[in-house]
Design a protein around this ligand. Structure first.
Ligand SMILES: C[S@@+](CC[C@H](N)C(=O)[O-])C[C@H]1O[C@@H](n2cnc3c(N)ncnc32)[C@H](O)[C@@H]1O
Length: 504
């Protein structure tokens, strides 16, 4: 905590009864995401940002405990002390102020944090207005789009020990607590650690341990089944915010995490990193990345979801975080671009890196584009992608021909037709997966037909042999024509080899 800061979230007393009371007050008020969104009549919480305050106040004018809590902690307006007293009974207002959730000014209470219901959790983090004031450097971010992206891709297998590195308000630690025997949440920012401790206690989760420190320093000697991290990955010349700026050049922070993580992984354990990396004109985007993993004893899958030219990247981030400093925008923008020019960076790629420790044999590296859509939680899709890549990496073409492949039950074929003088004419055929990592792509009708022959009954070689006979072609010609696309379809999960034990 910075000296003089009035924020004190964390209840250093560790008073579990107080936290249980708070949880019960929130539950009794019906402070759930469903109720809040319905009361505010907004689609999701991000739509609240920059919302129309008079409308939101109108919609929460009923005077119920839920209305008061929404106004205070989500619309971020002061509320009358008497109304708050009624809303939080039997708790007292001084307790809320002592915990740093509110400040009292005359006869009203002001929010000192944002408090958000998320599924069955309550999560406190900094008010966005803190980014505009003195306390901007140790700002603790809430649930941003990067947070949700990582959460959606996290492999949620049972874990004996999970690390959330750079935990912020503790969101990933709280989610991981559901499938982990024990979770360690770390952050270099002491305020973030306090928020996480506060959130763990308020949600009654006792097996999250919070530690302060730089990267892996607080967890020396531990071996994790799962490490998740959404680090300060932004590539910029700035050093303004702990949550955004690592203080290292270019993508050195993410590279350092990749290099150090294996030492803290149990064999078979996964490390998932939300990442930005520098890309250079004239080189393949993944050319430099492969070397990050050399000698780590880990298989690695880099899934690129975005690539922005440096100007778009700089403008997006400057506008995102420097809201109060529009005057200096042109100057800042120039500074960011000079920084990229100096380092020779032309584009910045973004995505998730998943590493799996497998020290016994040669490791593989896979780098490809993320699917256009991710439908629902995708952790199983990532875990299954590792099984599929294990299969492909070890398989010669002969092995592949000997395998029995089954078309995934999640595969869907969509036809698009256009009007023509003869009636509807098929103009496109698209193959896609209906859930998880929902890869999709155009496919020709012949190949679509071949896929239906993959029912797991016969080997791929037998299927292609029949095809060769039907087409009056040689088996070798048919194999050469199809083996590459079959490999790609296995890699994306359209075709499933028998014997792989997939997560459902
Ligand atoms: C982008 S925020 C992510 C917060 C949260 N995990 C999430 O996903 O919303 C990055 C977090 O990493 C923390 N951090 C920055 N540098 C760090 C370091 N060297 N070691 C540990 N944590 C660090 C920041 O304080 C911040 O909480």
């Amino acid at each position: 905590m910075r000296p003089g800061s009035r924020y004190n979230v964390g209840m250093e007393s560790g008073d579990t009864t107080w936290h249980r009371n708070l949880r019960e007050v929130l539950e009794r008020a019906g402070f759930t995401d469903t109720n809040v969104l319905a009361r505010l009549r907004v689609r999701d919480f991000p739509s609240l940002r920059g919302g129309d305050v008079p409308i939101l106040l109108h919609r929460t004018g009923g005077g119920s405990a839920l209305d008061t809590l929404i106004r205070l902690f989500l619309v971020e307006v002061p509320c009358d002390l008497d109304a708050l007293r009624d809303a939080i009974r039997p708790m007292d207002i001084q307790g809320l102020a002592g915990a740093g959730l509110i400040t009292i000014e005359g006869s009203s209470a002001r929010p000192a944090v944002k408090l958000l219901p998320y599924k069955n959790l309550f999560i406190a983090f900094d008010l966005p207005s803190r980014l505009l004031g003195d306390g901007r450097q140790d700002y603790v971010m809430g649930i941003g789009s990067s947070t949700l992206t990582l959460a959606g891709l996290t492999i949620r297998k049972p874990s004996r020990l999970t690390l959330d590195l750079g935990t912020g308000c503790g969101f990933h630690a709280l989610l991981a607590a559901h499938h982990s025997d024990r979770v360690i949440a770390t952050d270099i920012n002491e305020r973030a650690v306090r928020f996480t401790r506060f959130n763990a206690m308020t949600n009654g989760i006792e097996h999250i341990e919070c530690r302060t420190g730089d990267l892996f320093k607080p967890v020396q000697g531990h071996a994790f089944d799962l490490i998740v991290t959404n680090p300060p990955f932004v590539i910029s010349p700035e050093r303004a915010y702990i949550y955004r700026d690592s203080g290292l050049d270019a993508d050195d922070l993410c590279r350092t995490i990749v290099r150090e993580a294996p030492r803290y992984l149990a064999d078979g354990g996964f490390c998932q990193i939300l990442c930005n990396w520098a890309e250079y004109a004239g080189s393949d985007w993944n050319a430099g990345l492969e070397s990050w993993f050399a000698g780590t004893g880990c298989d690695a899958w880099v899934m690129r979801s975005e690539c922005r030219d440096i100007a778009t990247y700089a403008s997006t981030w400057i506008r995102h975080t420097e809201k109060g400093d529009a005057v200096n925008y042109p100057e800042r923008f120039g500074e960011w671009l000079r920084y990229y020019d100096h380092l020779g960076i032309s584009h910045i790629g973004a995505g998730v890196i998943t590493m799996r420790k497998r020290s016994a044999s040669r490791n593989w590296f896979r780098a490809d584009e993320a699917p256009d859509s991710m439908l629902g939680p995708c952790g199983d899709g990532i875990a299954n992608g590792f099984l599929l890549q294990d299969f492909l990496d070890g398989a010669t073409d002969r092995d592949l021909l000997g395998a029995r492949l089954t078309l995934s039950p999640d595969a869907r074929l969509e036809r698009s037709c256009s009007p023509s003088p003869e009636g509807w004419m098929e103009t496109a055929l698209k193959l896609r997966l209906a859930r998880g990592l929902a890869y999709s792509g155009d496919i020709d009708p012949f190949m679509a037909g071949v896929l239906t022959l993959c029912s797991g009954q016969r080997s791929l070689g037998e299927v292609l042999q029949d095809l060769a006979a039907a087409l009056d072609s040689s088996p070798d010609t048919i194999q050469d024509a199809f083996i590459g696309i079959i490999r790609a379809l296995v890699g994306q999960g359209f075709l499933l080899p028998e014997g792989c034990r997939f997560e459902q």
